[in-house]
Design a binder for this molecule. Structure first.
Ligand SMILES: CC(C)(COP(=O)(O)OP(=O)(O)OC[C@H]1O[C@@H](n2cnc3c(N)ncnc32)[C@H](O)[C@@H]1OP(=O)(O)O)[C@@H](O)C(=O)NCCC(=O)NCCSC(=O)C[C@H](O)C(=O)O
Ligand code: MG
Length: 264
C-alpha cells in the first residue's frame, strides 16, 4: 500500500467533502479535530457518516478523531467503513490504548505533535500502530520554536519520527505545508521530506497532490541508476561491483529493485 500523498479533508466543509470521493491521492484523512469548530462538530460527524458510504478513488480512508468526543464519534461511526484512525496529539501510550479499546480491530496512526509525544516516541512507536504522522503546527506551538529555513527548528523531531518509525516497521508521514499557494516552497519541503526518509506527506489542499506524488515517487535519475545496478549484477555472483565509477554492493541491488518496484 502506498502512502505518498495523504490529504486532510475538513469534515465541516461541505464543498471539500463533496470533492473527497473523486480525489486521486493515496489516502484521505477526514478530520474531526482541529479543522472543525465546536459549533460545527455534530454536523461534521453526520456528514462524515454519510460520505463513508461512498466509494473512493483513494485507496485508504482514514478518520482523525477528536479524543474529547470519542464516545459520540464511536456511536456514529461504529458500523461505518474506513481503514484507520488517526489519533492526534499522542503524548504517550495511554492515549493510544483508550482508542484501541474502542476500536480493537482498526489500524491506528499516531500524530507526533507535542513535546511529550516526541519525548515518548520510542514507547509510542513500539505499539502495534500502522504509522506515525508529524504535526509541525502543534509541535511548533508546544516547543515554542519559530519556523526556520529547512525546518531546522523541528528537524530533530522529524528525524526521530523516521528513526523510531523505521525501527518499528511503521509507515512514516511528513507534516503539512500551510502556504498552500506557494508551489516552490512546497516542492522544496516535499524533496526534504523524501530525503529525510518519509514515505509520504500529509496535505491540506488538492493542488498539493500531484507535486507530492512526483516528489515521493522515484525520480528519473533514481530509476536510471537502479536499472544500471540491476543490469550489472545480472549473471554475477560478486559481492560488489564498480558501476559508472561507483562502488555498488548487494545492498544497493536490494535498493535498486525496490526503486524499480516503486516506479512501476
Ligand atoms: C486551506 C483551505 C482553507 C483553503 O481553502 P480554499 O480557500 O477554499 O481553497 P481553494 O479556493 O483553492 O479551493 C479550491 C476547491 O478545492 C476545495 N478544497 C480545498 N481544500 C480541500 C481539501 N483539503 N479537501 C478537499 N477539497 C478541498 C475547496 O472546497 C474548493 O472547492 P470548490 O469551491 O467546490 O471549487 C482548505 O484547503 C482547507 O481547509 N484545507 C484543509 C485544512 C485542514 O484540514 N486542516 C486540518 C488538518 S492539518 C493539521 O491539523 C496539521 C497538524 O495537526 C499539525 O499540527 O501540523
Ligand atoms: Mg495538529
Amino acid at each position: 500500500m502506498r502512502f505518498r500523498s495523504v490529504l486532510f479533508i475538513p469534515c465541516g466543509n461541505p464543498r471539500a467533502m463533496a470533492k473527497a470521493p473523486g480525489l486521486r491521492c493515496d489516502a484521505l484523512i477526514f478530520d474531526l479535530e482541529d479543522a472543525v469548530g465546536d459549533q460545527a462538530r455534530d454536523g461534521a460527524l453526520t456528514a462524515l457518516a454519510e460520505i463513508l458510504k461512498e466509494t473512493f478513488t483513494a485507496t485508504t480512508v482514514l478518520v482523525r478523531i477528536h479524543p474529547q468526543y470519542l464516545n459520540a464519534i464511536h456511536r456514529v461511526l461504529k458500523d461505518a467503513a474506513f481503514d484507520g484512525i488517526v489519533v492526534p496529539k499522542v503524548n504517550g501510550t495511554e492515549d493510544i490504548r483508550g482508542v484501541m479499546m474502542a476500536w480493537p480491530k482498526i489500524p491506528l496512526w499516531a500524530m507526533i505533535e507535542t513535546a511529550e509525544g516526541a519525548a515518548n516516541l520510542w514507547e509510542i512507536a513500539g505499539l502495534p500502530l500502522k504509522g506515525l504522522i508529524a504535526g509541525p503546527n502543534d509541535l511548533r506551538k508546544d516547543l515554542r520554536t519559530r519556523p526556520m529555513a529547512g525546518r531546522q527548528d523541528i528537524l530533530f523531531v522529524l528525524s526521530q519520527i523516521v528513526l523510531f518509525g523505521r525501527a518499528n516497521g511503521k509507515v512514516v508521514l511528513d507534516g503539512v505545508y500551510n502556504q498552500f499557494r506557494d508551489t516552490e516552497g512546497f516542492a522544496a519541503e516535499c524533496a526534504q521530506g523524501r530525503s529525510l526518509g518519509f514515505d509520504g506527506k500529509t496535505l491540506i489542499h488538492p493542488d498539493q497532490i500531484a507535486p507530492c506524488e512526483l516528489a515521493f515517487g522515484p525520480s528519473a535519475d533514481e530509476v536510471a541508476w537502479a536499472k544500471s545496478v540491476v543490469a550489472a549484477f545480472e549473471g554475477s555472483d560478486a559481492g560488489l561491483l564498480a558501476v559508472n565509477g561507483e562502488m555498488v554492493e548487494r545492498l544497493h541491488l536490494d535498493q535498486a529493485k525496490k526503486i524499480l518496484e516503486d516506479a512501476s
